[in-house]
Design a protein around this ligand. Structure first.
Ligand code: ADP
Ligand code: MG
Length: 238
């Protein structure tokens, strides 16, 4: 499960409304990409879904449950941060297990989940190393492993690759795409990079100044952009 519905959700910081009321549905198992220029509200929207920000109005619904008042840790979602959010003094195993330790899971179940995630991410030989001994791509996979072990109903990525070099970004896009194929779990991926959006998404949500300009598949947006902003952003020949 992992169907996410935003029902007239808005967000203001003080007097400033950064997201006017909007409706959006992400279907179970979908790979959705929020794309738009810097400052358009992508992170805020993701944080509203995660519960890291409270909506000013409207409802956040996950699998038919209104979670608007539910704390982030009880929403069943996992946010993937950039790899620099790893704990440098802890081994890979401890980094990946960290959210489970916080949830007071038993040692045996914790080990089982960590080893399963390490298998999926090709990290089995690195569990006793520390982040400083790993490559950038391996570190990013550890950050993803920390989300996988929680067995979330959806993964939320906020520009996870923006501090990686170009070659590594290409590789990590493939890794995340493969993970989605394998787990078939809902993923929401935030980026300002239209190439990332066009190559990774089932559904693209184009944002400008907190407003959804268009929602559609990459091909729909390319063929029938609703306006000049979408056309320009997606790079279609309108
Ligand atoms: P993006 O992720 O697309 O770059 P953000 O969601 O971070 O955009 O920001 C959207 C707008 O909301 C920006 O104008 C930003 O300055 C503002 N904003 C974000 N977080 C806060 C905050 N905690 N307090 C005040 N304004 C904020
Ligand atoms: Mg952002």
């Amino acid at each position: 499960m992992g169907r996410i519905v935003l029902d007239k959700v808005s967000k203001s910081f003080g007097e400033t409304e950064v997201i006017p009321p909007l409706d959006l549905t992400i279907e179970d198992g979908e790979f959705a990409v929020f794309v738009g220029p810097s400052g358009c509200g992508k992170s805020t929207l993701l944080r509203l879904i995660a519960g890291l920000e409270d909506a000013t109005s409207g409802k956040v619904i996950i699998d038919d449950e209104d979670v608007t008042q539910v704390s982030p840790s009880k929403r069943g979602l996992a946010m993937v941060f950039q790899s620099y959010a790893l704990y440098p003094h802890m081994t890979v195993r401890k980094n990946i297990a960290f959210p489970l330790r916080m949830a007071k899971m038993s040692q045996s179940e914790m080990n089982q989940r960590v080893e399963q995630a390490a298998g999926i991410l090709n990290l089995a030989d690195y569990l006793d190393k520390k982040p400083g001994q790993l490559s950038g791509g391996q570190r990013q996979r550890v950050a993803i492993g920390r989300a996988i072990v929680r067995e979330p109903s959806a993964f939320l990525f906020d520009e996870p690759l923006s501090n990686l070099d170009a070659a590594l970004r290409v590789g990590m896009r493939l890794e995340i795409g493969e993970l989605h194929q394998r787990l078939k779990t809902t993923m929401i991926y935030v980026t300002h990079d239209q190439v990332e959006a066009m190559t990774m998404a089932d559904k693209i949500v184009v944002l400008q100044a907190g407003v959804i300009e268009q929602v559609g598949s990459p091909l729909e947006l390319y063929r029938t952009p609703r306006n000049r902003f979408v056309a320009g952003f997606i790079g279609s020949p309108k």
